[in-house]
Design a protein around this ligand. Structure first.
Ligand code: 5GP
Ligand code: MN
Length: 342
């Protein structure tokens, strides 16, 4: 593990500190698991940590231990601001640049005078005082484990910390199946199970908690699926009307893009989700092999992420966004067709 100025950070953390921990906007299992896992750990070390979550996160993560003791920046703003003002250091988890927390919170963090610690596995991170960045890592939760290891504190990992970290590793690896899942990941997971993570229960709490509406929405999404076989690409659309008709709740669309990627021979999958409130089409991209959806999202849809999982957005209408996407496919044909030839 290479954490810039680790020894300096370690000695700073030898005194009890007020700490704020922040994950990205629209937090996923990794952002929440890493934030809460680190929070439990810092508390055990005698610090006073507060997790500030930029906005709403899916119901299927609300059972995570410590979830009730967080502040939402958007609707508990004064408490969140107070915690930030009182903090002596801020941990930034599972994102690579301050704009990923949303505009209002970005403004607050940009005027913060003290130091940040970044722990993250996304590409091309901005620079902060203390940084542990590793794009090879499957998840920020695995990095939090290695951070605790480097602090010499693996013995402090209890069932709460294990449960949080297991959850993020599981969700960010698609249940230990993506390429980023290594033998080391499995060793970390084994240790987390030994230290109290109830793996069968965590899988069930996260994946067997669909509402009827979510499955209806999935049915709609699958019937909207289009395949562009000449470009080894498949994509799904969901309009605002379709979301409303199926009682859409935050988190309901999570993972749906993977159905498009599960078609034999498909290299790139995308889901386009209309968000009339924000006036955008939110896009998730996934790929297999060498075709980088991080680059594709950065270049064309104001986004980014990882080589095989990225996101972006479009200000155009759904129809115009799809037209734009389809026009980009011929330009990327070579990369798409060669993607499996690793
Ligand atoms: P998801 O499709 O699951 O929302 O996101 C996949 C990956 O892409 C995640 O690692 C996420 O952090 C990243 N990502 C999603 N949306 C955006 C975006 O708009 N901008 C950037 N830079 N990254 C994104
Ligand atoms: Mn992550």
């Amino acid at each position: 593990m290479i954490l810039k100025q680790f020894e300096e950070l370690k000695s700073f953390l030898e005194t009890p500190r007020n700490v704020v921990i922040v994950g990205h906007r629209n937090p996923d299992g990794d952002a929440m698991g890493a934030s809460l896992g680190l929070c439990h750990y810092l508390k055990k070390k005698g610090h006073t940590p507060t997790v500030v979550v930029p906005n709403e996160y899916p119901d299927f993560l609300h059972w995570l231990p410590g979830s009730d003791n967080t502040y939402r920046f958007d609707w508990q703003n004064s408490q969140a601001q107070r915690a930030i003002n009182a903090s002596e250091i801020i941990f930034l988890l599972d994102f690579n640049a301050l704009h990923r927390v949303g505009q209002d919170m970005q403004n607050t963090l940009e005027s913060y005078q003290k130091d940040f610690v970044l722990i993250d596995h996304h590409q091309q991170p901005d620079t902060f005082t203390y940084m542990y960045s590793d794009v090879e890592m499957c998840s920020t939760c695995q990095m939090v484990y290695h951070f605790i290891e480097k602090m010499g504190d693996l013995n402090l990992i209890d069932s709460e910390i294990s449960t949080c970290l297991y959850t993020g590793i599981m969700t960010d690896t698609g249940s230990f199946r993506f390429r980023s899942t290594t033998s080391l990941t499995h060793r970390v997971i084994a240790d987390l199970i030994d230290k109290g993570a109830e793996n069968h229960k965590i899988h069930s709490d996260v994946y067997d908690s669909s509402s009827y509406g979510r499955l209806q929405l999935l049915g709609q999404a699958l019937s909207n699926l289009k395949v562009q076989s000449a470009y080894k690409t498949a994509y799904i659309t969901l309009t605002q009307e379709e979301k409303i008709a199926n009682n859409f709740k935050k988190g309901d669309t999570e993972g749906i893009v993977n159905y498009a990627l599960s078609i034999q021979g498909i290299v790139m999958a995308a889901i386009f989700i209309e968000d009339k409130e924000q006036g955008i089409i939110k896009i998730s991209f996934r790929s297999k092999g060498t075709f980088s959806v991080n680059q594709f999202a950065r270049e064309n849809f104001n986004g980014g992420g990882h080589d095989n999982a990225a996101g972006g957005k479009s200000d155009l209408s759904m129809e115009d966004t799809i037209n734009k996407f389809n026009k980009l496919l011929p330009k990327n044909k070579e990369g798409l067709l060669k993607s499996y030839e690793v």
